[in-house]
Design a protein around this ligand. Structure first.
Ligand SMILES: Cc1cc2nc3c(=O)[nH]c(=O)nc-3n(C[C@H](O)[C@H](O)[C@H](O)COP(=O)(O)O)c2cc1C
Length: 221
């Protein structure tokens, strides 16, 4: 979509399909080092929002969640444990597009997190063991010593036929189940094109997500 493109009229039924297409296009265009970078906002028990960049692993349009990985004991992890409501923003500057998402966070299953952890580079797996993300540490050299210790424990590289590195229990996937989406396309003279979609999102006693139909509305820029 070029600078002057606009959102389809009438608005499409499912905004997440467009969101997934936008992400795929950002990969294809390869104009930014991390086309999957997204800002994740969480809220503390005291109501203080905080935001940081994480990498989107996938936008799963059907049934409708965004996947990323992190540390369950990090600041974001603790805030999400207390309040699973969260928001995401992706900005593709070269494509003149912004994607805003709101929803409710659930952890991936341990089996899903195991599979994803095993697919990561060996050095990344070592790093996940070495870092207690968001905890204070006395010095950078202390962190390097920890990395050296886990490297001695598991080896500097995978060995043929050797055991893999187990996933730390505090590391794993998150799924932000989506209840609201805004697609934004830059327009000339700040007359941007915006539309917001919302839907009901509930979880049953077994923890399965249930989503209602999308409702859409165009918004003034
Ligand atoms: C480009 C980029 C990608 C990042 N990707 C991740 C990620 O996928 N998962 C993650 O936990 N932190 C990622 N980080 C680090 C986070 O921004 C943040 O520093 C960290 O998760 C700790 O945040 P917290 O203390 O608020 O929990 C990334 C940072 C940058 C700049």
């Amino acid at each position: 979509m070029a600078m002057n493109d606009v959102l389809p009229e009438p608005l499409p039924a499912d905004p997440l399909k467009i969101a997934a297409e936008w992400l795929a296009e950002a990969y294809r265009r390869a104009e930014q080092p991390n086309p999957n970078a997204m800002v994740l906002a969480t809220v503390s028990a005291a109501g203080q929002p905080s935001a940081r960049v994480v990498l989107c692993k996938d936008i799963v349009a059907e049934p409708g969640y965004v996947h990323f990985v992190s540390n369950y004991h990090s600041r974001k992890g603790l805030e999400l444990a207390g309040n699973p409501r969260a928001a995401l923003v992706m900005h593709w500057d070269h494509s003149h597009r912004q994607l805003r998402i709101e929803g409710v966070m659930r952890q991936s299953t341990p089996a899903e997190s195991d599979a994803y952890f095993a697919s990561r580079a060996w050095q990344s797996q070592l790093g996940a063991h070495a870092s207690q993300q968001s905890e204070p540490i006395a010095s950078r050299s202390t962190l390097i010593e920890r990395l050296d210790a886990v490297t001695r424990q598991y080896g500097a590289a995978p060995q043929p036929g050797g055991a893999g590195i187990p996933r730390p229990a505090h590391w794993g996937g998150y799924m932000l189940w989506v209840s609201a989406v805004e697609l934004w396309v830059e327009g000339d003279a700040r007359i941007h094109d915006r539309a917001r979609w919302t839907r009901q999102l509930t979880f049953d006693a077994a923890g399965s997500a249930h989503t209602g139909p999308w409702h859409s509305t165009r918004l003034q820029p």
